[in-house]
Design a protein around this ligand. Structure first.
Ligand SMILES: [Zn+2]
Length: 281
């Protein structure tokens, strides 16, 4: 998405303010973004959608929207696959109405198809979706998220292939998921750096990305996520290395905090980032 600068905000409404003051509260504490959570149902209420749009605009909060979890673009069951496309289209309509320019979603599962066939089917689904998004005149980009379980469609390579193959697709980069998918692969600045190099090489730019960040506890096996933890929990991955690279490479991102401490940890991320920004200027 077009971004004037790197912005930070929570996944969902802030925890420390009543809902009707959510957007003015985010601004008052110095945040500039939020990912609207439509993870169970997509809001249809026009009054609500226009309220969100106006509040976000009045308070200079840039929005993305998280689509329902119940999506599988690679389902072998044609009815389920079509229902997933429909659900994503509804999410895109809601996003358009609230002026959220990016729709994050979980692409689905490899299932019995295996990686190659599942990916191919997901690309077909995305192409169908994009033509419907165009027909409806919706001004949104579609953001398949990097997923944490090895059985999920959504390795970094998967989502980059989707972006390379289908118009309007720009992935949502979830670093906690990248970390636990490979048994805790983000340990040093270089580990992050390799990921950023790969994204830049394949997409042509690092600017405009929507990022999810939280520390995360892996499952017993070491692969996949068990639960999210606050920054500094010790579980990792560590935000400071990413913050260094963001400052060095002068990226413009929307960084969404998925920590249990939501906007409180968003502010921590913003302060860490600004500290490195000053150092590199
Ligand atoms: Zn997600």
């Amino acid at each position: 998405m077009d971004l004037d600068r790197t912005r930070f905000g929570p996944a969902g409404y802030p925890m420390d303010a009543p809902r009707k003051e959510a957007f003015s509260y985010l601004r008052s504490i110095g945040l500039g973004g939020m990912e609207y959570q439509a993870v169970r149902t997509v809001p249809k209420n026009e009054e609500l959608l226009s309220w969100v749009k106006k509040e976000a605009k009045d308070n200079d909060i840039v929005l993305s929207l998280h689509a329902p979890y119940a999506i599988n673009l690679a389902s072998e069951d044609e009815a389920k696959r079509r229902a997933s496309i429909e659900r994503l289209l509804r999410a895109a309509k809601a996003a358009h109405k609230m002026n959220a320019k990016h729709v994050t979603f979980h692409p689905g599962y490899y299932g019995k198809l295996g990686r190659e066939k599942a990916l191919k089917l997901a690309l077909d689904s995305l192409n169908e979706l994009v033509s419907e998004v165009r027909d409806e005149g919706l001004r949104v980009e579609l953001g398949p998220e990097t997923m944490g379980k090895p059985s999920q469609l959504g390795s970094l390579d998967d989502v980059l292939i989707m972006a390379e193959s289908v118009d309007l697709v720009i992935p949502t980069i979830d670093f906690a998921h990248i970390h636990v998918r490979k048994g805790g692969c983000l340990k040093s600045k270089e580990d992050y750096s390799r990921i950023l190099d790969e994204i830049e090489r394949r997409l042509g730019t690092l600017n405009g990305l929507v990022i999810h960040f939280t520390e995360v506890e892996p499952t017993k096996s070491g692969y996949g996520e068990r639960m999210h933890h606050e920054l500094g929990s010790g579980y990792g991955p560590e935000f400071k290395y990413l913050a260094m690279l963001m400052a060095e490479r002068e990226v413009r991102w929307l960084v969404i905090s998925e920590s249990p401490l939501l906007e409180r940890d968003s502010l921590k991320m913003k302060r860490t980032y600004e500290r490195y920004l000053r150092r590199y200027q």
